[in-house]
Design a protein around this ligand. Sequence first.
Ligand SMILES: Cc1ncc(COP(=O)(O)O)c(C=O)c1O
Length: 419
Amino acid sequence: MELVERRERAMGPSYHLFYDKPAHLVRGEGIWLWDADGRKYLDCYNNVASVGHCHPDVVAALAVQTATLNTHTRYLHENVIELSEKIASKLPGDLSVCLFVCTGTEANDLATRIARTVTGGDGMMVSEYSYHGNSTLVHTLSTADSDDRPDWLSLFEAPCRYRPAFKGDDLLEGYVDSVRDAIGDLKRKSHAPAAIMIDSIFDCPGTIEAPKGYFKQVYKSVRDAGGLVIADEVQAGYCRTGNHWWGFEHDGVVPDIVTLGKPMGAGHPLAAVVTTPDIAARFAAEFEYFNTFGGNPVSAAVGKAVIDVIDGESLLENVTRVGAYTKAGLQELQNQYDIIGDVRGRGLFLSVELVKDRAVKTPDPETARQMANLMKDEGVLLSTHGRYKNILKIRPPMVFSKENADQLLATLDACFRKL
Ligand SMILES: Cc1ncc(COP(=O)(O)O)c(C=O)c1O
């Protein structure tokens, strides 16, 4: 408790901690975390430790480079070039130019500036209850947190099937129309669309798998209106959703700009904006770009090591296989417990939505919170999220195995039984 009080004095009340009894973590290895009392936890939550906590290859790459040289991108260095080339090799189409930053927020901020520069418009579109980051600009684009609705911003509904925003059978058409309405709204307010910023797994609204064809139609509508597509892959990218490296690939689309962050540095602050040579050249015609820490030799060494581990340990295949196995296990639990209204998500990005009543789908945030605490007491870390805070969020490091999934499922079963 003393640490909690010291922390609040030192850091102020803006910061929040998970769990009624906060976890004091002191060590991590692979899928495991240990607290200060030596208790071991199965980590089912931390996507930033993408290749597992303290992966030895990532630690070694960081240690060697930090003992050799760390400067910035105004000097020649192989690491940042090689990292750019590796990222480009994973992306479809013409997405081959990387601009480095340190956080997802910065990536989305820069992506917005690029889109506005290149299109000449300033209109932006994001989903209801979105989260894209915390700078002044990107906070406004994060409609879950901000009530600021300037004229240059229009909102559309995330394509949720469990809680449809529209009546009628054709949800796909309804949700695409919602984007078309946002475009119309911007034009009515005399703001030409610069871009839509879209998270392909819609994490903040509660992990939503868009219906097939949704992104194809959305991308086309935005481009027909003169705007660009910014795919915020800060969460959905880097193999997280299985089958593909990127979330948008589930619909076979290619964005104009992609933003990356969280998993890229496996805990090291590394993020990027990736775009086409044409867009990069048009931005460069207006602005020079420099970022003191973004793309430095140490960060780039870490970024390269992360991609090498993903490839070397076949983590994309692991996410696809173990993700499907875990989701099937969660669906079995749904058959047993009425409190589980919906199970959704892709790969190792899964959500379990808890409701008081399946028929009317009344959200049950109190039980979700209780479950997160119970699971922690049983040695499994997960969290709650969503518009109603009634969703258990499962998003482990990508080294998550079938045995780990069995432990998660058995512990969930035991905790649901205790309710
Ligand atoms: C989809 C998405 N985009 C952007 C961000 C912002 O990233 P950062 O916290 O690194 O600034 C987040 C963070 O949670 C996110 O979930």
